[in-house]
Design a protein around this ligand. Structure first.
Ligand code: NOJ
Length: 558
């Protein structure tokens, strides 16, 4: 495929509220990111995706936008954003903004006008419908729980497939689409390197808005109603032509549920986007369950199941285009908690997971704190949560029979807030994140797990991530590890996830031991040079590789 700059980039995701607070108000901000750009440069980052910083009432922490052109004062000013783009550029880093196009905020002027005057132009920017006999217009369930419709008091309801304060935008309206494209072009003209595109897979709704077969709560999930709904491609093609095609930008879509047969349309040549996140293997523990009972605990899924999903994703995507590879983001618990039993959390398991995903084919994304080996936060009370979806789930699981104590435990394990705790910069007060009162609990692990300490040590998770970045960038290995192909291997071992990256006759083997015992693997390859391992030594004798608990080995093979 035609080679693009973003295929060789290393991306880093920042949750701005929690990254670094420059002014002591307890909330991270853009100037805080500017102050920490050197940290990102040291790590070897080329692209930084920042979650939404636009003006917002912050009901869903910025995924509810009331002005797409304005930076929210909590995060700074538009001038701060200009400065961030410029300062990042000086360090060879591009800023990727979050685009929230499926919905806006109920405090956006469009929505306010639409509420005040049902006949105004903006009323058609949303989905307003009359209810039926005091019931919502249909039985669609919001992703955050409860009906996807909210009454406005005059007989009308509006659709919100996420929170109540996030009314869905009606993409059927050409004026609305044009307004969104103008906004995208405004930010492209400012010099952003591209966009992460939120919930884009939902922009096309079943035009009949018909109810679907009810589940136990009388409602239905949204998969059939508005996920990758036929016709969405017309909107996505038009958006690409009128915006992204104007710039050499990188676009990464949040688009769960696209069947692999359609990946060519999404990330092919050309696709609607540069790449997209595949949710299969990162959500092996969850699934968009209507109930907490849908969550699968560690042990209820197996390594071969995980490996099958991962390799299916990799081999399907390489047939048609490019992917984004990741384990964590601001919507998941920490990857150690998703994939590794509690008693095994530590350097070996954190670096094994890192090796496993980082050298896959695709653009790797590191989520803030992942490079330090952070785990979930211990939650002592429901008051400590901030996330709208966690709070909804907390109520839901109690309605389903959990005691408040059980609810705290279940919800705490899967809460998005686990990933949103303030970044631990050092072992000082508030982990060095703020001089004020942090907006969310600081994970007490900061005493041992913090950037200042890990940067000093050669044996830290941070130092290991730097080695992975270096391998991807070293001209001696960047060919196979960048554009190179991927071939799964060593599939006979149930606790091993291994693959070979190849380009122009050069082959790099990546072996990851996903288990806590010792595993012997007979290697049908001639190992020429071990390039990296997360243990002091690699034991290969007589063609047998002996792997320690959670050991990874990266080697050049003949
Ligand atoms: C996906 C985002 O990643 C998530 O944080 C947000 O709550 C929803 N989309 C709604 O915008």
């Amino acid at each position: 495929m035609e080679r693009k700059w973003w295929q060789n980039a290393i991306a880093y995701q920042i949750y701005p509220r929690s990254f670094y607070d420059s002014n002591g108000d307890g909330v991270g901000d853009i100037r805080g990111i500017i102050e920490k750009l050197d940290y990102l440069q040291d790590l070897g980052i080329d692209v930084v995706w920042i979650c939404p910083v636009y003006q917002s009432p912050m009901d869903d922490n910025g995924y509810d936008i009331s002005d797409y052109y304005k930076i929210d004062p909590q995060f700074g000013t538009n001038e701060d954003m200009d400065e961030l783009i410029a300062e990042a550029k000086k360090r060879g880093i591009k800023i990727v903004m979050d685009l929230v196009l499926n919905h806006c905020s109920d405090e956006h002027p469009w929505f306010k006008k639409a509420l005040a005057d049902p006949t105004c132009e903006e009323a058609d920017y949303f989905f307003f419908r009359k209810g039926e006999n005091g019931n919502p217009p249909n039985n669609w369930r919001s992703m955050f729980g409860g009906s996807a419709w909210e009454p406005v008091g005059d007989g009308r309801y509006y659709m919100h497939i996420f929170g109540k304060k996030q009314p869905d935008l009606n993409w059927e309206n050409p004026k609305l689409r044009k307004a969104l494209y103008d906004m995208i072009n405004y930010w492209l003209d400012k010099g952003v390197g591209g966009f992460r595109i939120d919930a884009i897979i939902h922009i096309k709704k079943d035009p009949t808005l018909a109810s679907r077969a009810p589940e136990a709560d009388g409602m239905c999930g949204l998969v059939e109603c508005c996920r990758n709904y036929p016709g969405i491609g017309e909107f996505l093609t038009e958006m690409r032509e009128q915006t992204f095609d104007r710039a050499d930008c990188m676009t990464v879509a949040e688009a769960p549920g696209v069947p692999y047969e359609q990946y060519g349309d999404y990330v092919g040549q050309p696709g609607y986007f540069s790449m997209m996140f595949d949710f299969t293997y990162t959500e092996i523990y969850a699934g968009w369950a209507s109930s907490w009972k849908g969550y699968k605990k560690i042990g209820e899924w197996t390594v071969p199941e995980f490996r099958d999903m991962l390799f299916r994703s990799q081999t399907e995507i390489q047939k048609v285009g490019w992917g984004a590879v990741y384990l964590e983001n601001h919507d998941y618990p920490r990857s150690l908690d998703k994939y590794i039993p509690d008693e095994d959390h530590g350097f070996a398991s954190a670096t094994m997971l890192a090796t496993l995903y980082f050298l896959l084919r695709g653009t790797p994304f590191i989520y803030q704190g992942q490079e330090l080996g952070m785990s979930n936060c211990p939650w002592d009370s429901v008051e400590e949560f901030n996330d709208i979806s966690t709070l909804n789930q907390y109520q839901l699981v109690q309605r389903e029979g959990c005691t408040p104590e059980e609810a705290l435990k279940v919800v705490g394990k899967y809460s998005r807030d686990n990933a949103r705790t303030p970044f631990p910069w050092n072992s000082g007060k508030n982990a060095g994140f703020t001089t004020g009162k942090p907006w969310l609990k600081v994970n007490p692990s900061y005493v041992a797990i913090n950037a200042e300490d890990e940067k000093k040590r050669d044996d830290s998770v941070y130092a290991y991530y730097k080695k992975l970045v270096a391998l991807r960038k070293d001209p001696a290995t960047s060919g196979p590890l960048g554009y190179g192909t991927i071939t799964p291997c060593l599939l006979d071992y149930d606790d091993v996830v291994a693959y070979i990256r190849s380009e122009d006759g050069q082959n790099i083997l990546v072996v990851n031991h996903f288990g806590s015992g010792v595993r012997k693997v007979t290697l049908p390859y001639d190992v020429q040079q071990v390039l990296l391992t997360n243990y002091p030594a690699t034991n290969i004798a007589g063609g047998v590789l002996t792997l320690q608990p959670y050991q990874s080995v990266v080697a050049q093979i003949g």
